[in-house]
Design a protein around this ligand. Sequence first.
Ligand SMILES: Nc1nc2c(ncn2[C@@H]2O[C@H](COP(=O)(O)OP(=O)(O)OP(=O)(O)O)[C@@H](O)[C@H]2O)c(=O)[nH]1
Ligand SMILES: [Mg+2]
Length: 223
Amino acid sequence: MADEVGSIPELDLKKYDADEQVKIICLGDSAVGKSKLMERFLMDEFRPQQSSTYALTLYKHTANVGNKTVAVDFWDTAGQERFQNMHPSYYHTAHACIMVFDVQRKITYKNLVNWYKELREYRPEIPCCVVANKIDADLKVTQRSFNFGKKHGLPFYFVSAADGTNVVKMFREMIKRAVDYKQNPSDFMDEVMQELENFDLEKKEDNSAADEDGLKAESPETV
Ligand SMILES: Nc1nc2c(ncn2[C@@H]2O[C@H](COP(=O)(O)OP(=O)(O)OP(=O)(O)O)[C@@H](O)[C@H]2O)c(=O)[nH]1
Ligand SMILES: [Mg+2]
């Protein structure tokens, strides 16, 4: 389900039950198929007539990775005809990135370099992949090699949001990589965030243990 930012709180309840929570962002020029890919993965249906994304759309998903339940927030924003900087909050605390281009428009492939550069300014270490979308329009493209992924050591997928080719595989792999990254961050700030999250959890557990003993958890002091 596509949900505008306004309706997050209700859905956030899901996170409460999840063992883990990750954020995955999607980058790429306008009309490469970012929104259609997410919709295809989340609803397994394809609606050809829809206008481009206006601002930010959040898609909520619950996945099972190993024996854990993972709440996934997919962030989708409008790409632009010509590259413009994305707001930093889009990248903030993202755990993985899906970079999309349209196999029918060379310029969208060329622009990956700009998207990737900006991604790495904000999120130097998160897992990222390159996705060549719309292969249904011309299957011959799958014989061509697109070296951008190889050059940067990124996994590459030929996909089609229209017929579903490789969509589930790509999303599942990226969710798993996002969880792996969150659990073993290689970026200093992410390590701090993870420590803080663990600290919060420990505090919550302490408080509920105190409640069970019939003790009241101390309320925070206001200074
Ligand atoms: N043939 C074909 N068309 C596709 C595919 N994926 C998306 N499209 C079409 O491409 C157009 C753009 O798709 P969107 O998902 O809206 O693109 P977007 O990247 O979200 O665009 P912005 O929100 O403007 O950044 C739509 O008309 C889709 O129907 C695909 O796999 N195959
Ligand atoms: Mg869109």
